[in-house]
Design a protein around this ligand. Structure first.
Ligand code: ITT
Length: 201
């Protein structure tokens, strides 16, 4: 059976990928790009989630010669003209922690009325396998609102200040199963699983 490499250095994403794909495709063998010695650091020079996901998947497919899956994702806040968007991981500066980024976002929204704080998580997932001439990107979104207080211990990133549409809990107060059912990553991975199934045979 073919192995697939996860082209991400974000351990939270790895956990979510493993959780979701183990359920959908139990036989799939997932390896982490970070387990390959000398794996290159990849500069995300794209201006969209899809472009960045492809850049990462191509680089890791080239380096490992394994089919590569990459995720580029982030939080898009309407009232901030789409920020932090593709800069979500580095919103408070290069090397910023999740906490730094959350605090920066809280400071940016502090004077904006709650009713205007519509936002969404977006995720683009790219699959690249040069040996099969395969380059594919799918996406997923989770709409909701950002709030002005930090709530919940689960998840990562901006989860403690994001309330998915129709819910009162933040996505950091949801269980793993609850988050995966509605998350941008869960939706995108369910689309991608159809192609992965064919790829692994
Ligand atoms: P890789 O590029 O190595 O995959 P990264 O963390 O740099 O890791 P991104 O550039 O795609 O990845 O940035 C994603 C950021 O968006 C992430 O660090 C979080 O701040 C935020 N984010 C994405 N998905 C999220 C989720 O499910 N819950 C909370 N925050 C999320």
């Amino acid at each position: 059976m073919k192995k697939i490499v996860l082209a991400t250095a974000n351990t939270h994403k790895v956990t979510e990928f493993q959780r979701i794909l183990n359920e959908l495709l139990p036989g799939l063998v997932l390896v982490k790009a970070t387990d390959f010695p000398g794996v290159p650091e990849i500069e995300e020079t794209g201006s969209t989630f899809a472009e960045n996901a492809l850049i990462k998947a191509k680089a890791i497919n080239e380096f490992t010669n394994l089919p590569a899956l990459a995720d580029d994702s982030g939080l898009v806040v309407d009232a901030l003209n789409g920020a932090p968007g593709v800069f979500s991981a580095r919103y408070a500066g290069i090397g910023a922690s999740d906490k730094d980024n959350v605090l920066k976002l809280l400071s940016e929204i502090k004077d904006i009325e709650q009713s205007l704080l519509n936002a969404r998580f977006e995720c683009a997932i790219a699959l690249v396998d040069r040996s099969q001439n395969l380059e594919l990107v799918v996406d997923g979104q989770m709409p909701g609102q950002v709030i002005k207080e930090i709530r919940g211990e689960n998840g990562f990133g901006y989860d403690p200040i994001f309330v998915p549409q129709g819910l009162t809990k933040t996505s950091a107060e949801l269980t793993d199963v609850e988050k995966d059912q509605i998350s941008h990553r869960g939706l995108a991975l369910r689309k991608m699983s159809v192609v992965l199934k064919q790829l692994i045979g």
